[in-house]
Each structure stands twice: as structure tokens, then as C-alpha cells.
Design a protein around this ligand. Structure first.
Ligand code: FAD
Length: 455
């Protein structure tokens, strides 16, 4: 919206001692995320810039900011580390970006659950709980930079989803504390299923200040790369590994040739015609893992124990998985983009190979194996050679026609991406928590009509 200068000055003055930035380079930097993965979003979102960035130091600051935003009619977009992919953190209507990174408390662990501030970095949480032999149940491949609040509000799953499903599976996030954007903002503690009202809602219906995160017992993970001359054999191996309940794992990724051979930053060489599996396997499961690899005829291309990985200081292999696979390829080829898909549990691999054949030359497969509601299936982040928006939509339609779920990553509107529809509970919560439509406006189509601002 770009506030008139005198109104902006008055609003910023009212914020008092809360740290605020208005330097143009900071505004530009903190108004962006990784939407540039998408040629479509790039055209739509370049140049959308906040009027100011505020950095609350605690929940009291968040409450004060929310109240003043309502009083002055200023749109408010929460932000973690800005690693989202769909322009989620871009302030479409300008206003205030709320940098949550100072709310970085990491509390004690109780019964395998840790209480943390929304701005805590996920890597810091993982390192902290590991001291007591716990670890995160799942993290995005951006774990080194992303915040836990941003993951809950904008992410979906990641490394660990092979064991614990996606974030929204009951029990993964026991509680979330949010601040509303009402005339007199409230602090709400959502527990149990109510957490899903704010999960993957892009901060449109509450500002998360704190949350509880369920943990898993820590393991010493061995990083492994296995190659196959044939993608179908690799996927069969990955499926067998996913089904091998006695082998403890945290990650199973399958990347079709020639992508792995082109990923320059990989800490090992891969032949151009080799397809690559990347895995995290518990140290105690390496012997049966070697047996399974030999049975399937895979070549062990890389192996790093935790101490070797630290000593070698190489990029961890999870930074070649999930949406890092796309990033690694964008570093060498800016003509590609990607899709986010989910193959059905029954016959999913047949569909993977049928689509790989049908779209050969345009689409290269990249699969992440996950367990959802007790069933093993593949999430796909296929790389797509981008030509035109029309062809991209045709490719999405081809996946759809085969019964593959597509969470379109080329839109910033929640319902046009993975959400598909805003359910009644989420819409009602939005109406109550953000009656004036000031929280990250423009992202939730199913939002109730905003009330007029108070006089
Ligand atoms: P941001 O990008 O800052 O914010 C994300 C959304 O949450 C925005 O809508 C923002 O407004 C909102 N938000 C942030 N903080 C709050 C808060 N405190 N209260 C309310 N709303 C808030 N995602 C996955 O799920 N799995 C992956 O494996 C994965 N891999 C990725 C790899 C790459 C290379 C990239 C670029 C992205 C990847 N992502 C992945 C997307 C993204 O990194 C994650 O979702 C990450 O957790 C977002 O955290 P963030 O702190 O950067 O959030």
C-alpha cells in the first residue's frame, strides 16, 4: 500500500523502542523469499516491498505491534528466515514485515516435547535437544537457516517424514501460541487438532510466538549415496528400503539421471547416466542396509559417518534433497523449474515411470519417500524444463489426469497451491483472529470479508 510519509512516521513513532528498519536495502531483502524458483511468481511478485520491518523482542512487542497495526490500518506480514518458495512472506500490500527471529527461546524438554520461540532456528533446536539425546522428528532441507515458526506456518514436511509423516499429522506439533490482530489483540494457545488452523496458513490468521515440538530419540545418522544405472531399479530399492521396518532411516530420496551428475556441489562424483539415492541411515542399521544395497545391485557412491561428516566439512547430503535438489539444479540451469506432487500409495511407482516416459525430455523425476497415515508413498518434486505458462499448466493437468496430486508451487494463493480449500474451521478462525484482514493480505482466498477498521 505504501503508507503516506506522515502517516508512516506517526505509526513508526508509536512503535516506540521496538527495533524498526526503513533502509531501502533492508526493506527489499526482507520483502523477498525464494519465489524466484518460479518464473510465474517472479513476474508477479518482483517489486512488492514493505514500508518498514519491525523486529519484536518478545511477545509483548508482538501484541503492541498488532494493536498499532489495527489502529493505523497497516498490513502485517510475519517473517521467519524468508526461505519459503511461494512468495508466502512477500508483503503484497506493503505495510509492516514482522521479523520474528529474535523470539528464539529454546526451552526445556518435557516428555520428549520441547517448547520453543517461533523465531528459533531449526538447526539451533536440533543441536540443543541432541545434547539430551533427542532430535527433531522432521525438518526442511533449509534447516540451517529456517525458523520453526516459518516451518509451521509455511512448510509441510521434510527429512524425517519417512517416519513421522507430514507436519500436520496428529502429535507432531502439540501446541502453538498465537497473537491475534484484533483491536485488543489476544494471545491464544491452540492445542491438539486446533493447531492445524494456523499450520500452513502463511501467517494469515495469527502471529505464532511460541510452540511445542514433539521430538524423537536421537540417532547417529550415516549419510549415504547409492547409484544405479537405471532409475526404475533405484526406485525399487528405495521402496524396499522404505518397507524394511528393521532398518532405521531418516531420509530416502531418489533422483533420476542425469540430474545427479550435474549437481556440482555434491561431495562425490556421479556418472552422467547414473540415478542417485540419498539416504540417512542409523549407524546401527548399516549392516542390513549394505545387504539390501547388494541385493538390489546398487553401487555405494558415498558414505560419511557423523564424525567423518564433521571432519570433512562437506555440504550435508540433505542439502541435495527435498527442494534443495531444485536449488542445486537452478545453480547450473536457470531454464528449469519444478512441481510438487504426491503419488498414490498403490501403484505410485508405476505412475512415476509412466509419467517419466510420457514427459521425457521435459520432466526429470525426483522422489522423496514419506509415510502418511501409516502408508508409504512418494512425494515428487520433479524438475520441469520451463517453456511457457500454458505448457506448465498442461504438464500439471497431465499429472492430475493420472491421479497424481499436484500442490502447484507457482501460486501465492493458499487454495491454488497445496491447500485446495480453506476449511470452515480455518475460515472462522481467520475471521475471529484477523477481523480487519490485515494479516498477510491477499494470500487466503477463502478469508471472510474484512470488517471496516475501527474509527
Ligand atoms: P518464511 O519463509 O519466513 O515464512 C514462511 C511463511 O510463514 C510465510 O507466509 C510467513 O508469513 C509465515 N510465518 C513466518 N513466521 C511466522 C510466525 N512466527 N507466525 C506466523 N506466520 C509466520 N519446505 C518444507 O516443508 N520442506 C522442505 O524440505 C523444504 N525444503 C526447501 C529447500 C529450499 C532450498 C528452499 C528454498 C525452501 C524449502 N522449503 C521446504 C520451504 C521453506 O524453506 C520451509 O518451509 C521453511 O521452514 C520456512 O521457514 P522460514 O523461517 O524461512 O519461513
Amino acid at each position: 500500500m505504501q503508507l503516506p510519509p506522515d502517516r508512516l512516521a506517526e505509526f513508526l513513532g508509536a512503535l516506540g523502542d521496538i527495533p524498526v528498519e526503513t533502509a531501502p536495502h533492508i526493506l527489499k531483502q526482507k520483502s523477498r523469499d525464494f519465489f524466484w524458483y518460479s518464473p510465474i511468481l517472479t513476474g508477479q511478485l518482483e517489486g512488492r516491498i514493505a514500508d518498514a520491518v519491525a523486529s519484536p523482542r518478545d511477545e509483548a512487542d508482538v501484541l503492541r505491534i498488532a494493536e498499532l497495526c489495527v489502529r493505523y490500518g497497516v498490513p502485517l506480514t510475519p517473517r521467519g528466515a524468508g526461505t519459503g518458495n511461494y512468495g508466502q512472506a512477500v508483503p503484497l500490500s506493503g505495510g509492516l514485515v514482522l521479523d520474528m527471529s529474535s523470539l528464539d527461546m529454546i526451552g526445556p524438554i518435557t516428555n520428549g516435547v520441547v517448547r520453543v520461540g517461533a523465531g528459533a532456528k531449526m538447526r539451533a533446536i536440533e543441536d540443543s535437544v541432541r545434547v539430551q539425546r533427542w532430535e527433531l522428528r522432521m525438518f526442511p532441507s533449509t534447516v540451517r537457516t529456517a525458523t520453526i515458526g516459518g516451518f509451521i506456518a509455511g512448510g509441510s514436511g521434510g527429512v524425517g517424514s519417512i517416519n513421522f509423516g507430514m507436519l500436520n499429522q496428529r502429535g507432531n506439533i502439540p501446541a502453538v501460541r498465537v497473537v491475534t490482530a484484533e483491536s485488543s489483540p489476544r494471545v491464544l494457545e491452540l492445542r491438539g487438532d486446533a493447531v492445524n488452523q494456523v499450520h500452513h496458513a502463511y501467517g494469515t490468521n495469527g502471529i505464532i510466538t511460541e510452540l511445542e515440538v514433539a521430538l524423537a530419540p536421537a540417532q547417529d545418522w550415516v549419510q549415504v549415496g547409492v547409484t544405479f544405472p537405471d532409475f526404475a531399479r533405484l526406485t525399487r530399492f528405495c521402496q524396499a528400503l522404505a518397507e524394511a521396518d528393521g532398518i532405521v532411516k531418516r531420509l530416502i530420496t531418489a533422483i533420476q539421471a542425469p540430474t545427479p551428475g550435474r549437481m556440482r556441489a555434491l561431495p562425490f562424483a556421479v556418472a552422467p547416466n547414473a540415478s542417485l539415492g540419498l539416504m540417512l541411515i542409523a549407524g546401527g542399521s548399516m549392516e542390513p542396509f549394505h545387504d539390501l544395497t547388494a541385493q538390489h545391485g546398487g553401487d555405494m557412491a558415498y558414505l560419511a559417518t557423523p564424525s567423518e561428516a564433521v571432519a570433512k566439512r562437506v555440504t550435508p547430503i540433505y542439502e541435495f534433497t527435498w527442494n534443495h535438489t531444485t536449488l542445486q539444479m537452478l545453480k547450473v540451469d536457470r531454464t528449469i523449474t519444478y512441481l510438487q506432487t504426491r503419488f498414490p500409495a498403490d501403484g505410485g511407482l508405476d505412475l512415476v515411470h509412466a509419467l517419466a516416459r510420457e514427459l521425457a525430455g521435459e520432466v526429470l523425476m525426483h522422489l522423496e519417500f514419506v509415510r502418511v497415515n501409516g502408508r508409504l508413498l512418494c512425494s515428487g518434486l520433479p524438475l520441469v524444463r520451463y517453456t511457457t505458462p500454458e505448457r506448465l499448466n498442461e504438464i500439471i493437468a497431465i499429472f492430475d489426469a493420472h491421479g497424481v496430486f499436484v500442490a502447484n508451487p507457482h501460486t501465492y494463493v493458499l487454495e491454488d497451491g497445496g491447500k485446495k480449500e480453506t476449511d470452515a474451521a480455518q475460515a472462522a478462525f481467520k475471521g475471529a483472529a484477523d477481523p480487519f484482514g490485515l494479516l498477510n493480505p491477499g494470500k487466503m482466498r477463502g478469508a471472510p470479508a474484512p470488517l471496516p477498521l475501527p474509527a
